[in-house]
Design a protein around this ligand. Sequence first.
Ligand code: ZN
Length: 60
Amino acid sequence: MTTVLEHVRRRYETTDKKCPDYGYVDEEGNWVSQTARRKLVYRHVCPSCDATGEQTFNLK
Ligand SMILES: [Zn+2]
């Protein structure tokens, strides 16, 4: 499981923090990860319009 988490984290740290609504790219911000029972949720709130981008991964 650690491997999966690291893989996903690395992927998102190098992915553009792009606004889901307007495509505004947040250069300063970062994804915030949150682990639920069997899920890993990545969130990014756009500083421009407060739209929230969310990616969910199921952990095995
Ligand atoms: Zn936005």
